[in-house]
Design a protein around this ligand. Structure first.
Ligand code: NAD
Length: 496
């Protein structure tokens, strides 16, 4: 049982906790008991305005944007230390609030600290470009933080995803306004203390809780916030892009996915099975890069389906706080029912249920779904086409390489893809032909923080990760300097 839960979560603006200007709150519940455990300040335009002004003031008058990179990096490393020290508590809160299995929440907390260490290293080694044009001209780049950044995050692995945006934006010198997801605000309540303790100046880190369509929307249109980094559903991303257009804001969009895991007959089937299962059932399947469509070459299709079904049946679904649990509880009853409606849709459309599909018998309450495998899924079925965002996977046979590529690309999304084959030439061919932002060949989802993260098609716009993140949170300006007498066409000299 989680101890010492705060009964109330407030905003953090200009270095101080504060309720909403109008006193509004919303209730938040845990996914196991579905009981309200806290009231959360429901931010409105007035709260967002106060946070944006605090961030703007920290940007124009505060030390943060102009601080030497080494000094800022020290603060970022202290933030990482503060996260590492609280790793167990972060995991405990995250598990309680989101239903994520606690061992996986531990891993996410470690990754959160690593995000800060990584970007601390990046800024001390960052350099600006210079360009020589023959002997006549020199151009050099001045890279400046872009200004206050609005960071809007989803409820899956919330703490890690918040730090994935906080670390590069703060590293780049931008003050921030974080808007955590309304279903998972708990672990973010540790951030103000971590930031303050690490020496982040007041006004540099601001957090406004609230409902997306209210607090998030106010942030997206606020004139003092030139950058919005968003992670969430594709439809929300579309609404944000439309709302941000009049303000011509810089946008980074990390959106939904329906990623294929393509298994050729010559693949290492043991490794492919492990990866396919982990890829879709880790993090409760509430994972943007989940390999939720397994495409298997016809000659190994039946064998793979029975392996997947057998292993899925044996995955330990249970209380998220139990270290033995592999799949926990889904975040919210609304989401749970949405995922269940996809199971029903799979059955209605004639897919063959080979594992799960129901609440496990030993878990009579809470948002639990046994890991679910559908075989014989056809591309026109909803479960093949739509992002389910839960522990549900489709398996579909393919005939040859061309068919595999066609099926892999038969989706509006293009976030990730996983390819399993021992034929490396084919592996590279397929990797080049599948429309996805991130591909793993004979490998599961391991990330190198230097690499571009993001999707194509309806999965997103722009890239974060490494230099891409720093590019997003900074403006590059070029200064051109003449090194010789400038030869300028002399307008207006005729006839004198
Ligand atoms: P969501 O789009 O419902 O909400 C995400 C955030 O946006 C929340 O903080 C919400 O309050 C806010 N929001 C909602 N409406 C808004 C509006 N009109 N203006 C501004 N903000 C608004 O997403 P979710 O259900 O929290 O998260 C699940 C989705 O996130 C899935 O589609 C998943 O694939 C995606 N996701 C993508 C990535 C990635 O990197 N590509 C990573 C994780 C999750």
């Amino acid at each position: 049982m989680t101890s010492d839960l705060p009964g109330r979560l407030d905003h953090f603006i200009a270095g101080a906790w504060s309720p909403s200007a109008d006193g509004a709150t919303f209730a938040v519940a845990d996914p196991v008991g579905n009981r309200v455990y806290a009231q959360v300040a429901a931010g409105g335009p007035a709260d967002v305005d106060r946070a944006a002004r605090a961030a703007h003031c920290a940007f124009t008058d505060g030390p943060w944007p102009a601080m030497a990179a080494r000094q800022r990096a020290r603060v970022l490393n202290r933030i990482a230390d503060g996260i590492a020290r609280r790793g167990a508590r972060i995991a405990e809160l995250e598990t309680f609030d989101t239903g994520l299995p606690v061992t996986q929440a531990h891993g996410q907390a470690e990754r959160a600290a690593e995000n800060f260490r990584f970007f601390a290293d990046m800024i001390v080694t960052a350099h600006e470009d210079a360009f020589r044009t023959g002997t006549s001209q020199l151009g050099y780049v001045i890279r400046k933080p872009a200004g206050p950044a609005g960071l809007i995050t989803p409820w899956n692995t919330p703490f890690m995803l918040e730090t994935w945006k906080l670390a590069p934006s703060l590293a780049a010198g931008c003050p921030v306004i974080l808007k955590p997801a309304e279903w998972s605000p708990l672990s973010a309540s540790l951030l103000p203390e971590i930031m303050t303790e690490a020496g982040v100046p007041d006004g540099v880190f601001n957090m406004v809780h609230g409902i997306g369509e209210v607090a998030g929307a106010a942030l997206v249109t606020h004139p003092l916030v030139p950058r919005i980094s968003f992670t969430g559903e594709t439809s929300t991303g579309q609404a944000i892009m439309a709302a941000a257009a009049p303000g011509l804001k810089g946008l980074s969009m990390e959106l939904g996915g329906k990623s294929p895991c393509v298994v050729f007959a010559d693949a290492d089937l043991d490794a492919a099975t492990d990866s396919a299962l982990f890829g879709v059932f880790s993090l409760n399947g509430e994972r943007c890069t989940a390999g939720s469509r397994i495409l298997a070459e016809r000659s190994v299709y039946d064998a793979l389906v029975s392996r997947l079904a057998d292993r899925a049946e044996r995955i330990r679904t249970g209380p998220p706080s139990d270290p033995a649990t592999e799949v926990g509880a889904l975040i919210h009853p609304d989401h749970y029912h949405r995922v269940l409606s996809y199971v029903q849709s799979g059955l209605d459309e004639g897919a063959r249920l080979v594992a799960g599909g129901r609440r496990p018998a030993h878990l009579p309450s809470g948002n639990y779904l046994a890991p679910t495998v559908f075989a014989d899924v056809r591309p026109e079925m909803r479960i093949f086409r739509e992002e389910i965002f839960g522990p549900v996977v489709c398996v579909t046979p393919f005939e040859d390489e061309a068919d595999a590529i066609r099926l892999a690309n038969d989706t509006r999304y293009g976030l990730a893809a996983y390819i399993w084959t021992r034929d490396l030439r084919r592996g590279h061919r397929v990797a080049a032909a599948v429309d996805a932002g991130m591909l793993w060949l004979n490998s599961h989802n391991v990330r190198d923080l230097r690499t571009p993260f993001g999707g194509v098609k309806a999965s997103g716009l722009g890239r974060e990760g490494g230099q891409h993140s720093l590019d997003f949170y900074t403006d590059s300006r070029i200064v051109h300097v003449a090194l010789e007498d400038a030869r300028v066409p002399r307008f207006g000299t005729e006839g004198t």
